[in-house]
Design a protein around this ligand. Sequence first.
Ligand code: 6U4
Ligand code: NA
Ligand code: NA
Length: 154
Amino acid sequence: MKKLLTLVLITRPNQVLLGMKKRGFGQGRWNGFGGKVEKGETILEAAKRELFEESSLKSDDLKEIGLIDFEFVGDPQILEVHVFTTSKFEGEPTESSEMRPQWFNVKDIPFDTMWPDDHLWFPLFLSGTKFKGYFLFEGHDKILKQTLDKVDSL
Ligand code: 6U4
Ligand code: NA
Ligand code: NA
């Protein structure tokens, strides 16, 4: 059983835009923008929609750079997260009910306050390398198993 989700990472020179998740899944962590793919929309459409809903930014240039499966001990549902990035966007990052956006220097990414998998694959994302990963979590803080591979295409 798989649930499709999106995750969008907006960049500008030497910086990444992250959002502090104010509620729901991942609350209290800095994260990319995204959420569940809804019926009748493509994964790319979902990525654009969630980006706009959560940050007020629009982009027609989202490029898929990663695919990560997350499994949680005791939960049969796998989260299939499609990771997109772009440096081309319109609008000003604006706080939403779900997210408080903030630019971070790539040297100061707050990995201690992010999902524990992020520090493993962010270097690939930041270097423009496509990747596929799998992480098995126990709770929300502990990774029990993982795979992470560079790929030519997703
Ligand atoms: P609601 O509030 O139901 O509309 P929705 O915005 O559709 O929620 P949400 O926020 O629950 O979905 O989606 C979870 C977000 O967290 C997605 O962008 C994927 C992302 N995510 C989930 N696990 C992650 C992880 N381990 N590392 C990571 N991002 C993760 O970097
Ligand atoms: Na979301
Ligand atoms: Na949603």
